[in-house]
Design a protein around this ligand. Structure first.
Ligand code: PSU
Ligand code: MN
Length: 308
């Protein structure tokens, strides 16, 4: 997209635009985690603090959203508040993007859409909580998050705490392999399972330091290999939840979804809210801490990438 067309559709905060131009570290953040992944007002507190975590490492945060049809990189406090209140805020994945923009609607960006906006703004590193993936029973329903296709095509490295067990983690990793997406571990051999540090499935390479990740990202893109990378960063030990306990909670949440006939784009937000309720809010604390942990790692990776 040329600069003129970009300006027609997108507002990039001056601080972010300058940092990108100067080759300084910038980290993208998504807004679906705010609007459809966490309750109000905890999401508002989180939204402000996660930006501070990134700044503390010497990087610039860039939260993405679509507001009244404008693509946004970097939100004002009032815009963050609007995303967190989530009143009339749509969940926007790749297929929804032209509809929301053309009709001047307001929406939160998923991992897929945040990658698209980050790429438009020239940002290569993105921190989230968990990614979408192949849903359990996906071999019949064909419910596979657009996040996975995006990782195959768009050159952004996504730092996550793995995937929730609401998904079929084995098939999610198989899909990423088929699509040619490197899956790296942040000092782990095991791909993490969001609330828990291990999923029982391996990563392609265990990176001991943020510099190791930056070196692989730089190499991938210099080689002209299209698409992104996924970095699995396990939740810190003290916030990790019991695997068996969470497995039982997730079974219950899935049963509720089935009973209520929840489908399509509503299934992920439904399950996230059900899990918070079933754990009496404990899962939310873990969710917030793992997202901070990912923001910190992503900022460190962005700092290392800026040195190369
Ligand atoms: N998984 C989480 N938390 C989240 C999401 C997924 O643990 O907030 C959000 C992300 O924005 C992700 C989206 O991109 O849900 C995936 O939705 P779907 O499965 O409909 O593609
Ligand atoms: Mn889906």
């Amino acid at each position: 997209m040329n600069a003129e067309t970009l300006k027609k559709y997108m507002d990039i905060a001056p601080e972010i635009e300058e940092a990108v131009k100067a080759g300084k570290p910038v980290v993208a953040l998504e807004s679906t985690i705010l609007s459809h992944g966490m309750p109000y007002p905890e999401n508002l507190d989180f939204a402000a603090k996660v930006e501070e975590v990134i700044r503390a490492q010497g990087a610039v945060p860039a939260t993405m959203a679509i507001i009244d049809g404008r693509l946004k990189a970097g939100l004002t406090p009032a815009e963050l508040e609007r995303m967190c209140r989530a009143d009339g805020v749509l969940k926007v994945s790749r297929r929804d993007l032209p509809i929301v923009v053309a009709n001047k609607l307001t929406g939160a960006t998923t991992v897929a859409t945040t990658m698209i906006l980050a790429n438009l703004a020239g940002i290569r590193i993105f921190a989230t909580g968990g990614i979408g993936g192949v849903h359990r029973g996906g071999e019949d329903s064909m419910d596979i998050s657009a996040d996975l296709q995006e990782l195959a095509h768009t050159p952004v490295a996504v730092v996550c705490a793995g995937a929730k067990m609401i998904l079929d983690i084995g098939r999610t990793l198989e899909y990423l392999e088929t699509m040619g997406v490197p899956v790296l571990g942040m000092d782990t051999d095991d791909f993490p399972a969001f609330y828990c540090r291990k999923s029982g499935f391996g990563v392609d390479f265990n990176c001991k330091t943020p510099a190791d990740v930056a070196k692989i990202a730089k190499t991938k893109w210099e080689l002209g290999l299209a698409g992104g990378m996924l970095i699995g960063n396990p939740v810190p030990e003290q916030y990790a939840m019991d695997f068996d306990e969470m497995s039982a909670v997730i079974e219950k949440a899935l049963a509720q979804a089935e009973e209520k006939g929840v489908k399509g784009k509503n299934i992920t937000p439904f399950l996230l809210a059900a899990i918070v309720e079933l754990t009496g809010g404990d899962s939310l604390k873990t969710n917030i801490q793992l997202a901070f942990n990912n923001a910190r790692a992503a900022a460190q990776i962005a700092v290392e990438l800026a040195k190369l």
